[in-house]
Design a protein. Structure first.
Length: 62
């Protein structure tokens, strides 16, 4: 049970990072650097699948 809690915490951290990157890229960084905003959005696009993998890591495959 403790492992599942750790997975949830890491999942929420990754998804929070994703949301923060998107918000910062679209509303702040794009005013200063379009390529940096695109890079931030690309990184944010990779985080949800990684978060799903982390959330399900270590579960029994039945």
């Amino acid at each position: 049970m403790a492992r599942k809690y750790d997975n949830r915490k890491l999942y929420l951290l990754l998804m929070g990072t994703c949301a923060t990157l998107i918000i910062m890229a679209w509303f702040v960084v794009r005013l200063f650097s379009i390529p940096a905003a695109i890079a931030m959005s690309a990184v944010a696009a990779v985080l949800p699948p990684a978060a799903a993998i982390v959330a399900n890591w270590g579960h029994d495959k039945r």
